[in-house]
Each structure stands twice: as structure tokens, then as C-alpha cells.
Design a protein around this ligand. Sequence first.
Ligand code: CP
Length: 312
Amino acid sequence: MQLSTKHLLGIKDLLPSDISLILSTAQQFKEVLQRPIKKVPSLRDVTIVNLFYENSTRTRISFELAEKRLSADTINFAASSSSAKKGETLLDTVHNILSMKVDMVVMRHSASGAPHFLSQHLPNTAIVNAGDGINEHPTQALLDAFSIVEKTGSLEGRKVLLIGDIMHSRVALSNMYLLKKMGAEVMLSGPPTLIPKYVQQAFDVQVEYNLKKALKWCDVANVLRIQLERQNQVLFSSLREYNLAYGVTRKLLNEVNKEILIMHPGPINRGVEIDSDVADSNQSVILKQVENGVAVRMAVLYLLSGKKELSH
Ligand code: CP
């Protein structure tokens, strides 16, 4: 089986069969990662550059680890210590890197559409979007989906609540695309100023501004970070007010009194969108999501490489 696309630019471009293929391949790689020797030779002759123009902890380390587990050669590029600081353009930087015989590019950028721009200029090099501005974060949505399936058995009919800063969240957009393609029900909750009016119709999702009612509805709650770095106007009164109305607290979950899987893509703002005694509880799969990210990214890189045999 093969993916229908040469790049992973967003979940928007994937078919449900692509998503199923990535998740089932990730399951095979997860089994590899349980072994004493967690490495396979699948991408032994492949060189991958991790091009990070924006800060990252989880995604950058997870891609690098996935590449190493697949035996690929890996190059890490941080824009902050590169010649981008001397005025070199994105395209010149990438052309220079590719001239050194690099096969795949994993890229994070603060500009929405940056990986799409690269893919138009480099149609023969696989580009993987590791998060572009407020657009998409496809591997995050894939690892979220993998974690939901692992814990609950399926996505079909699952009631998933996305809480918080929907407007600035690439995780929210990728999750909405993926969950709707795979037959889940989606509800959004958060301040009206952080939920764009168009999404309800565009994605066929529900909106519930009362967080307690929304939590009573869901099986899974994916709590999003307030993206202060992407907000250039005041969209809610204060972080304390936000926590009072939309913070996922132990007190609120006790009142709801329902078994809900708690997720968060990280990084967490403890005491703002989620309290520590929820984030660190048995209900939370936040660190499981991070663990699953390596297997999911191994699957994405392996499938985009076009290799025919999954070498065990
Ligand atoms: N979830 C996520 O993308 O985290 P990082 O920004 O640390 O990569």
C-alpha cells in the first residue's frame, strides 16, 4: 500500500485510507520500539534534514529520534544559528542543503504555507510539515488519533472535544480535518473570541461555550495551549479569568463525574488551560501522546520514502 501524496503538508490533503495506512504502519513501528534493539534498517540510505525556523521541543526531538530509529542520516538545522540570520532566503537555504544530496525535508515555520511553498519549488523532494504558523500540524493530529485509538479502540463515532484557542491552533485545524474524515464527532469549547465563526459550518462541528456541558458530552478532551505569541490583540480579560472559565481543573472534572480521556499537545501552561493535578493524573495520556509521536513519525517518513519493504 502507498500514500496518495508525495508530501505531508496537511491532513486536509489526505484520504481516509492514507490516515488508516499511517496509523496501522505506526502500530508496527510501535512494536519495534518495545524491543531491546529499537532500530530497523528501513531508511539506511536516506538523508533527512530537520529544518526548524520556529522553536520546538517535542516535534524536533521526535522526528530526529524517528529518523535515527529508521537508520536514516539526520541533519538538524536551527534557523536561529544559521545564515538565515544573514538574510539568506528559505529557498536558497533549502537549495544549498539539497545540493549536498539530502532526500527529505522536515520543516517547522512560523509562516502558514511555508512547506506548501517549498513543495511547489521542490516537487521531487518529500516535504513533511512539522507545523506551519496557524495552519496545520499534521503529525500532531496523527499521533493524537493514534493515542485515541490505542486507548478507546476506534475513532468512528468517538466524541472528541477541543478546548481553548481554536483560532490560533494548527493542532485544532489538523485535528478537525482528521477526526471528521475518520467519522468522529467533534465539539469545540472556549471563549467566543477564540472560536472563529466559520468553523462550525465549514467542518460540521458543534460549538458549546459552557465547558462543563461540553465535558459532559465528550469521551476525549484535547486541551489546547493559549497561543499568546500569535495574538496581537486582547481576546480575553486575563489568564486568571481564562482559567476560571475554561481551565480544566480537578474540581470541574469531579463535578462532571465522567470517564474522559485527557489530552494536550504540549507545551502545557500549568494553571492556565489545565491544572497540574489533571495533567499528571491517570486520566491524562499527555506523555503517551509524546511516546506515540515517534512511531507515527517513523510511519510517515517510511511511507513517504517510497520504500517497498518494511525491514524488521
Ligand atoms: N506539540 C508540539 O508541537 O510541541 P513542540 O512545539 O514542543 O514541538
